[in-house]
Design a protein around this ligand. Structure first.
Ligand code: FES
Length: 510
């Protein structure tokens, strides 16, 4: 397949290509339960799994089908090495906090490893090492600082000068005994267990609001139905309900890209690698259906703030070709992640005023371990237990005050995008848009999103984001309209794909 033909295909991850059959109904009636888990990615599915193991009454819902967003589109690395996070946490919160973060990740990894082993889950589990590596001496000095943090925290890790696969660079920090797997196979197994335990699961059921009363909460869905519950877990990536928690001021949405390139079966497939740079490349290997793949991810950017997503894919393909000598691309896809202000996820009560609404978000692209840990921590909270992790991860911790500079920076970025979008005069004309192309045009004097499908049918949408009114940009590789402010994304028909927006875009007249 030529690289250009890759872009003609719908994007589909290596994992979701396996077409694992899950067909759950859409909510079509009023429901009630003890705990409603909203979002069927790794956090939601694992939470439902742990709660149902305790015989608690659980409903799990998702706006798409399970795993269709970030969890089905991840690199699926299970490692406690999350960039240079430990030196960062030590500087901000001290050694004890950094050690707790590490222990949280190890606890999550042990849980998944144990489960895969005990239940013999067929999910291509592979033990391997992880390494962050430097391309120049300055980066290596920062990695050396991280190694020093490891030493203080008694985290096992070794500085090395030789890089595997002949990669260009000056050295890295390696940790042993990490693992990767096929996330859709793993989570599908948990979903099967949920079915056996009679957990009610609804797909294509978008939660749009929560109404609270003294004793219960009412989850309101787009279809007009409700689920009454005593507790709710919001595991939707970006929380669909804010509850005056001002998450839009303290979560930054990022989009990143992945390609899977087939490689010879006899090749070495050890290692999960990542470069330490402002725009890191993430590398791993996967063998599924008897084919070996090199996976290259990266080119992360704020949602809606990249000029060409196609160029991002091309950059990853070039990296694979230049470093591993592979040329073909079998799959390409992208994922959305959210970053908190202090690199530590928000896990716990949505706000101090909402103890029965629990949230987990801000995993900073490390959702396999953070999402699993979130499920473990929220299960403890729901069952009335306090843990030594609560204060570090609680969403209402004092970082908004402490990280005022970062809050200002994020929100200045949002303000800039909002202002820029309103001023932008597009040079693209309607007649310039060919079949299977889209863009932002001036139409009847208004900024308008246009897309023409394969058959020439034209779709026009108002580009004003239904969340808080920023102007959307066209994403040429995903064929979507993306919001540069808080990351909402819409199809060419204006339907919500993901992000905080809950309402469709208005149609624009022809
Ligand atoms: Fe907030 Fe678009 S996502 S304005």
């Amino acid at each position: 397949m030529s690289n250009e033909s890759v872009f003609e295909k719908e994007k589909l991850s290596l994992w979701l290509n396996d077409d694992i059959p899950h067909d759950f109904p859409t909510l079509g009636k009023e429901e009630s339960c003890g705990i409603c888990v909203v979002g069927a990615g790794i956090t939601g599915i694992t939470t439902a799994y742990l709660l149902s193991q305790l015989d608690l009454d659980v409903i799990l819902i998702d706006s798409h089908s399970p795993m269709r967003l970030t969890s089905g589109n991840t690199t699926a690395k299970f490692t406690f090495q999350h960039g240079l996070v430990y030196s960062k946490i030590i500087k901000k919160y001290g050694q004890e906090a950094a050690r707790l973060y590490y222990e949280a990740q190890v606890q999550a990894m042990n849980f998944v490893s144990g489960l895969v082993k005990d239940m013999d889950i067929p999910c291509d589990y592979k033990k391997t090492y992880a390494m962050i590596y430097a391309e120049n001496d300055k980066q290596f000095e920062e990695i050396r600082e991280e190694h020093e943090a490891y030493r203080k925290l008694e985290i096992p890790g070794e500085l090395v000068r030789d890089l595997p696969y002949g990669l260009t660079g000056v050295g890295g920090l390696m940790v042993e005994d990490q693992f990767d797997l096929h996330p859709v196979k793993y989570l599908s197994f948990l979903l099967e267990k949920l079915k056996e335990r009679k957990v009610r699961i609804y797909q294509d059921t978008r939660a749009v609001d929560i109404r609270e009363s003294d004793e219960s909460s009412l989850i309101v869905t787009e279809g007009g139905h409700t689920i009454r519950c005593t507790k709710a877990v919001i595991a939707t990536g970006y929380p669909f309900f804010d509850g005056n928690g001002f998450y839009f001021t303290r979560l930054a949405p990022y989009r990143s890209y992945l390609v899977a390139m087939p490689r010879p079966a006899e090749g070495n497939t050890d290692a999960m690698l990542i470069t330490h740079s402002s725009s890191p490349y993430s590398i791993r290997f996967a063998k599924t259906n008897d084919i070996e793949y090199l996976l290259v991810g990266g080119r992360g950017h704020k949602v809606g703030q990249e000029t060409s997503a196609k160029d991002s894919y091309q950059n990853l393909i070039d990296f694979g070709r230049n470093n591993f000598g592979v040329d073909d691309v079998a799959f390409r896809w992208s994922a959305q992640d959210y970053e908190s202000l202090d690199s530590i996820p928000y896990i716990g009560a949505l706000t101090s005023k909402h103890p029965d609404l629990l949230v987990a978000t801000g995993f900073r692209k490390w959702g396999m371990t953070n999402g699993t840990f979130a499920a473990q921590l929220l299960t403890q909270t729901i069952t009335g237990k306090t843990t030594r992790y609560d204060d570090l991860f609680k969403p209402s911790r004092g970082e908004v005050k402490d990280s005022l500079g970062k809050v200002m920076k994020e929100n200045l970025n949002v303000a800039k995008e909002m202002f820029k979008g309103k001023l932008l005069s597009s040079k693209t004309k309607l007649e310039d848009i060919g079949n299977d192309e889209g863009g932002i045009i001036r139409h009847h004097g208004k900024r308008t999103g246009a897309y023409r499908d394969m058959n020439g049918k034209l779709f026009l949408v108002d580009t004003t984001c239904t969340h808080m009114g920023c102007e959307l940009e066209y994403n040429n590789a995903e064929r979507s309209f993306d919001c540069p402010c808080h990351g909402s994304r819409f199809t060419h028909e204006g339907k919500v794909i993901e992000g905080p927006a809950l309402e469709e875009l208005k149609k624009a007249g022809e």
